[in-house]
Every structure is written in C-alpha cells, then in structure tokens.
Design a protein around this ligand. Sequence first.
Ligand SMILES: Nc1ncnc2c1ncn2[C@@H]1O[C@H](COP(=O)(O)OP(=O)(O)OP(=O)(O)O)[C@@H](O)[C@H]1O
Ligand SMILES: [Mg+2]
Length: 307
Amino acid sequence: MNNLATLRNEDRNEAKGVQRIRRLPDPTLGALWDSIILDAALKEQLLSQAVLNFTLRSKVDRTVLPLHGAILLVGPPGTGKTSLARGLAHRTAASFRTKDFRLLEVEPHALTSSAMGKTQRAVTDLFAQSIAEAAAAGPTIVLLDEVETLAADRSKLSLEANPVDIHRATDAVLVQLDALADDYPNLLFLATSNFPQAVDSAFTSRCDLVVNVALPDRDACGRILEDCLAGLGKTFPAIGKLVSSPKFDQCAAECMGLDGRAIRKMVATALASSPETAARPERVTIDDLLTAARATKAGRKMGDKAP
Ligand SMILES: Nc1ncnc2c1ncn2[C@@H]1O[C@H](COP(=O)(O)OP(=O)(O)OP(=O)(O)O)[C@@H](O)[C@H]1O
Ligand SMILES: [Mg+2]
C-alpha cells in the first residue's frame, strides 16, 4: 500500500471512541512537549518510564515486574496534562527511530454517551478490538483523556445517581487493561484526569507511574509568560520586548495561583484591554498585563466562591 492509501485508511476512523489516529513521531506534538514548562526532572521521569515500557515489557515476565503499560497524569485543569501526554507520545516514539509507532486518541464521552446498558459493550469493543488491533500491528500509544469518565471510582458511585452502566464500564476497563497488558507489551496508555479522587483506585493501582502535574510555581509562571510574550513577539516585536520590562517580574508574580492555560489566556485579555489595542496588539503595555493578571485572579476567586 502506498503512503497515501495508508494515511487514508488511518483517517477513516470508524471505531467508536477512537477520535484520532496519528503516526509517530510527529514534530507538531514535539512542539507541545517543549511548550509545557514543568520541572525538568518530572519530564525526564515521564519520558524514562514511557521508554522503559517499550524496552522492557516484551522481555521480562509480568510475574517478575507486573507492569500494565499505563501512566496517569493528574492535576488541576489547564496545567498541560493533555499537551504533555501528546508530547510524550512523540518523544517516546522518537527514542526508537526504527519503529513505526501510532497514537490513538480516545474520546471517553463518546463511549459513555451510548444508550443505557451499552457503555460496557462500547468499552470492551474499543479495548478488545480497536486498541488490540492497533497494538498487534505495531507499537501503540493510547491517550485516555479524562479517564475518570471511563474508570469512575465505583466506591463513590451511588446507584441512584450513577447507573449500573458506569460500574460495569469501570469493570470492563480493568478487565481489558489486564488482558491487554498480558498480550501486548508494545502498548502504552497515557491517561489524564482532573479529578484523581474520582478515578477508581483499582485503575490507579494498575498505573506504572502516577504523576502529579501541579499549578506552576513562581519561576514557572515567569517562564510561561515569557514563552507566550516571546511567541507573540515573532509577529509583534514590541510585545516580545515586554519580557525585559522592569515590571515583568511583578507581572509574573501576579500570575501565581493561575494555571498555564489561564496565564496564556490572561495575555489575550490584555491584548483585548481596549478596542484600540485589539486593533493594534503591539500597543499592549506591561500595565495592561498587570491589570489583566489581577482581573483573572479576582475572577478565579469569585468562581471559587460560587455555589
Ligand atoms: N506548564 C505549562 N507551561 C506552558 N503552557 C502551559 C502549561 N500548562 C498549561 N499550558 C497551556 O495551557 C493550554 C492547555 O493545556 P492542556 O489542555 O494540555 O491542559 P490540561 O491539563 O489537559 O487541561 P484540562 O485538565 O482542562 O484538560 C496549553 O495549550 C498550554 O499552552
Ligand atoms: Mg486535558
């Protein structure tokens, strides 16, 4: 099959719950990995665990090392978990130049929005068919975003509020994870969740590594802001120069408590601080950024107090 035909087949995505299939490595995802500012040791730990999955699991018996081929990223919304997981998929594949990796992105909501009683079937089909087929064809990484939707903590579900269906879906995920871990050593799940307390503990226990992606600290806030302004500086040089403003540090300090997404959105808020600035974004000032950072934080606090 020529390349075009292969790609067309990949784009055709009939498997329910598989949102997208990508070939790896993919430099676009590499840029994501670089854009997420995080403790370098944590990034290294993630990459090492992911690489080990592919070097070790096919060679060492699971009775010796009971690895499941799953990594879980937990942390508040907007801290870069999904971007990191996609970037990690790229970096992992790039470490094995000779192999042909694929990334399957799963959309859990597509499975649970099935008609009542069908979720368990949809989960089983996804894992036992779509994922198993991909893993049989070559090294495969599966992104399970918002995994609490699929592997909900059964101990916290009340039967009235949460249908039996969800219990069965969680059971099915666990059964399938065990089966796939036995049969496919060249498979790695990258799961993310905003609500670690909502993820079933039997799922978490199966993860080979659980990483907490926290809100950025003071230094990271500064680096995210700098990265964002420098990126804008490529189009609007005056914006890039704000990084060397005497008030830059104060502005970075104002971002403390915000997640990375909120910091980048705050910059957009500053660019929209007046119709004039919106029309000519290079007019944005460091004071506009300070005001936007304070307003974003105040907005967050009000949001926290809302019932
Ligand atoms: N630590 C960070 N460094 C740089 N940018 C960040 C960081 N955290 C988040 N961002 C920015 O925020 C955006 C959102 O990130 P992403 O969607 O990966 O977060 P998430 O943790 O998956 O969020 P959610 O939990 O809401 O799904 C990214 O495009 C990225 O630009
Ligand atoms: Mg996400």
